[in-house]
Write a protein that binds this ligand. Structure first.
Ligand code: MLT
Length: 250
């Protein structure tokens, strides 16, 4: 059975997938081997040099994981920034991805306003550290009535990332390409997950992704913001299970 690889978002690490890993490892029929690699600069791993950090470089790292630890083929899920990486992987090495799960993510590149915001955030981190970025992100990443426990967990994961890793990834995301043309060429099974209250990658963005991929299964998670896998793990796990059941039987 093909392994499952889950790519984390920004500025997070493998710990964001704790509930999915526990669920999928316990489901031998659809789950099985689940790998949650930390992208360079996150989860205590050393960052790539600033000028070498890009979504393409992150995709090369995931490609290596699939070749080394999954015998060259896997079902791959990417959350937000992890979704940008997954799309880059599908562009460079489509042969290693058997099915794709786009979780709270988008295909478009940054708008000029978003790019400016990232550059400002890089300046602020350089001068004052990452606390301001984390507060700002926590203010918009969760559902309207966030669980204090989830908020604490997300904050702890974010606060443990190195400023260098965060800065390099911000810059890399600001330079990422638009992947809309890629989506229309994908013929593999696709799951798109959206949080009903996600202000960062709203359901309209998920619908727009689906409009390019008629084969995609789209699931909207109620009472979830951007951090759907941590905010509503049971609903997210159920959607992944349904997708895997269908995909694995094909
Ligand atoms: C993420 O959750 O990975 C970020 O919101 C992605 C981004 O900043 O574009």
């Amino acid at each position: 059975m093909l392994p499952i690889i889950l790519i984390h978002g920004f500025p997070l690490d493998a710990r964001m997938w704790t509930s999915q890993v526990e669920f999928l490892r316990g489901r031998g029929d659809v789950g099985g081997v689940v790998l949650t690699p930390n992208l360079p600069g996150f989860g205590g791993t050393p960052p790539l040099p600033r000028e070498q950090t890009s979504m393409e470089a992150f995709a090369r790292e995931i490609h290596q994981v699939i070749v080394r630890e999954a015998e060259g083929k896997a079902i791959v899920g990417g959350f937000s920034m992890g979704g940008y990486v997954l799309q880059e992987l599908l562009r460079s090495h489509p042969e290693v991805v058997a099915a794709a799960m786009f979780i709270n993510t988008r295909a478009e590149e940054d708008t000029p306003v978003a790019r400016d915001g990232r550059l400002q955030s890089i300046n602020e981190i350089t001068q004052k550290g990452t606390a301001g970025l984390i507060d700002a992100m926590l203010g918009k990443l969760l559902a309207k009535q966030p669980s204090p426990a989830v908020k604490d967990q997300v904050r702890a994961i974010m606060a443990s990332q190195s400023p260098e890793g965060i800065i390099h990834a911000q810059l890399a995301m600001s330079q990422r390409r638009n992947q809309t043309d890629l989506l229309a060429r994908l013929t593999l099974p696709v799951l798109i997950l959206a949080g009903a209250e996600d202000a960062t990658s709203p359901p309209s963005v998920a619908l727009s992704m689906q409009s390019h991929m008629p084969q995609a299964m789209l699931v909207q998670i109620a009472s979830a913001g951007h951090m759907a896998p941590m905010e509503q793990p049971a609903a997210v796990n159920a959607a992944i299970e349904t997708f895997l059941t269908t995909t694995r039987s094909q």
